[in-house]
Design a protein around this ligand. Structure first.
Ligand code: PHE
Ligand code: FE
Length: 278
């Protein structure tokens, strides 16, 4: 069972105040360590949109961002805002925030002694990984559409399928760019190991984006990914997800689910993983 956020001051929409003044010196230090470490690694690995986003929003290692300031700046770029939450919130609440262009960010950051071990998303993942991407206009619209799609998927009993789309794009997506394959997924951006592994390891598969194929593909939530999907552009993602998913869900549910490592003859293979045991 998932443990949802609890907090004495939580509002009905699951939001709380960040209380920036309450962060300790250690909290700011953890932010700085993680930021500097990732920044070095991501220089030639993250997509340009991510690096521009950090810049445009003045997200720096210097101190933990104040959500209100950050939210105002983001609003001016793409009309998204940031809302503060105490941790994991139910899918329904999460989707309805996204549908309103509100991105939920966890207020707490991991302790220094557990800097590389994380059971659930913290502020570093939520903010560093996700927020810079929201400065890209097409991507920003995609996340809102995803939120609306989430509300609908719940009604259609297709959360499992839609969550796979979230997982393989927003969290663990790669993009083929003129400079080579780059990272855009937030789960990769915030992970030291995975930001190198996702691009350089010969273990995972890297295959071209294919909506229905993705909706059939299971994933591992507590391990490095075994397959990454590579998009050509955010516009491709927007266009491919525009159609009504109702008939697509029906079709997909009749098909076999695919193991995280499985390769189909129709896959566009960028690199075939070494551990592939089809
Ligand atoms: N077009 C999808 C639907 O009808 C909604 C959606 C958009 C889902 C973008 C995911 C991403 O359900
Ligand atoms: Fe995330």
């Amino acid at each position: 069972m998932k443990q949802y956020a609890t907090h004495p001051d939580m509002r009905p929409d699951w939001t709380i105040d960040q209380k920036w003044e309450d962060y300790t010196a250690e909290n700011h230090e953890v932010w700085r360590i993680l930021y500097n470490r990732q920044h070095k690694i991501l220089e030639n690995r993250a997509c340009d949109q991510f690096m521009h986003g950090l810049d445009e929003l003045s997200i720096t290692p210097h101190e933990l961002p104040d959500f209100r300031r950050l939210s105002d700046m983001l609003y001016k770029k793409t009309r998204w805002t940031i809302v503060c939450v105490a941790g994991l919130i139910p899918g329904e609440a999460f989707h309805s925030h996204l549908a309103k262009r509100q991105f939920p960010i966890t207020y707490w950051i991991r302790p220094k002694e557990k800097i590389d071990y994380l059971k659930e998303p913290d502020l570093f993942h939520d903010l560093y990984g996700h927020v810079p991407m929201l400065t890209d206009p097409v991507y920003a619209d995609y996340i809102q559409e995803f939120g609306k799609g989430g509300v609908k998927a719940t009604q259609l009993g297709a959360e499992t399928q839609l969550t796979r789309l979230y997982w393989y794009t927003i969290e663990f997506g790669l993009m083929n760019t003129p400079k080579g394959i780059r990272i855009y997924g937030a789960g990769i951006m915030s992970s030291l190991t995975e930001s190198i592994y996702s691009l350089e390891s010969d273990i995972p598969n890297r295959i071209g984006f294919d909506l229905e194929r993705m909706l059939r593909t299971r994933y591992k939530s507590n391990d490095l990914q075994q397959t990454y999907f590579v998009i050509d552009s955010f516009q491709q993602l927007m266009d491919a997800t525009k159609p009504d998913f109702a008939p697509i869900y029906q079709r997909v549910k009749k098909q076999e689910e695919l193991r995280p490592f499985y390769i189909l003859p129709t896959d566009k293979v960028y690199s075939l993983g070494k551990a592939n045991k089809n």
